[in-house]
Design a protein around this ligand. Structure first.
Ligand code: ADP
Ligand code: MN
Length: 256
């Protein structure tokens, strides 16, 4: 690797908030030289001035917290090449490979870039439909810079960790059902991975994230994914004391 990439990698590693050495090593490994270059160019262009650390490391993406000198905060989502997960039997990756429109002839190297593009397009559609979600800000290759949902470096909790009262939970269930309906009716999309993990609770409202794998309604499995989303959402709220509607009623409401 050339010196700029190395320097950039070091700064990303040093500034990460994880203290465990093994975690740090993972974070460093996860930034491949090409991605390091993309991030370095973003720093140079002044998209942001600092990358402060890793918010989340997942199988398909890492999310970093970045700031501008004026205090503005960003979430930087870096999509990773999926090949290892695919071989390990990661269902979501396999599903993407096999079923996603245009990827029947798959090219693993292009997948992270495609996910980043999908996420940006879908977030734009969600925003346009009036749904709360991070505003996409800048896209380059496999890296998407978006609005940070949270404050002072603290990401908003996901719904699972939000510790809500039963009354507030009930309110969130209604919000959730409305979001699914708007997604379907106005955006012609099915989230496809909707759960208490992909909803952030911030300033009293739900914010939808992780829409890189969302599918259009003309996708052959759109209704199947919608049903799964409904089941996951219903299960979560039911387990938290909310009296939920039966799945078929929920589906009817979303689709009609
Ligand atoms: P993954 O594919 O790894 O699940 P997600 O988009 O769900 O990727 O992001 C993983 C985690 O990163 C989220 O659970 C959340 O904690 C954090 N995160 C993602 N986007 C944002 C954002 N815009 N603002 C704040 N935190 C975010
Ligand atoms: Mn997620």
């Amino acid at each position: 690797p050339n010196s700029t990439t190395t320097a950039n990698r070091q700064s990303l590693t040093c500034k990460t908030k994880t203290t465990d050495k093994r975690d740090r090593a993972t974070v460093e490994q996860d930034i491949d030289p090409r991605t390091g270059m993309v991030l370095f160019k973003m720093l140079n262009r002044g998209i942001f001035d600092d990358i402060n650390g890793c918010i989340s490391t997942g199988k398909e993406a890492n999310v970093y917290h970045a700031t501008k000198d004026d205090g503005q905060e960003f979430a930087v989502k870096v999509y990773k090449t999926p090949v290892p997960g695919f071989k390990d039997g990661n269902r979501r990756i396999q599903r993407d490979y096999c079923f996603r429109r245009g990827y029947l002839k798959h090219n693993p190297r292009q997948m992270p870039k495609t996910w980043a593009e999908n996420e940006m397009m879908n977030l734009m559609m969600l925003k346009a439909a009036g749904t709360r979600c991070p505003t996409p800000i800048f896209l380059r290759q496999n890296v998407l810079v978006m609005e940070f949902v949270g404050k002072s470096g603290r990401a908003a909790p996901c719904l699972k960790d939000a510790n809500l009262s039963e009354a507030k939970m009930r309110e969130c269930y209604v919000q959730m059902v409305m979001v699914m309906r708007i997604l379907y009716q106005k955006c012609n999309l099915v989230h496809g991975d909707l759960s208490e993990y992909n909803i952030l609770y911030y300033e009293g409202s739900l914010h939808i994230i992780d829409v890189s794998q969302s599918v259009d309604l003309d996708h052959p499995l759109a209704l199947y994914f919608l049903r799964l989303d409904c089941i996951h959402v219903s299960d979560f709220f039911e387990n938290n004391g909310v009296g939920v509607r039966p799945i078929h009623e929920l589906l009817d409401f979303i689709v009609d």
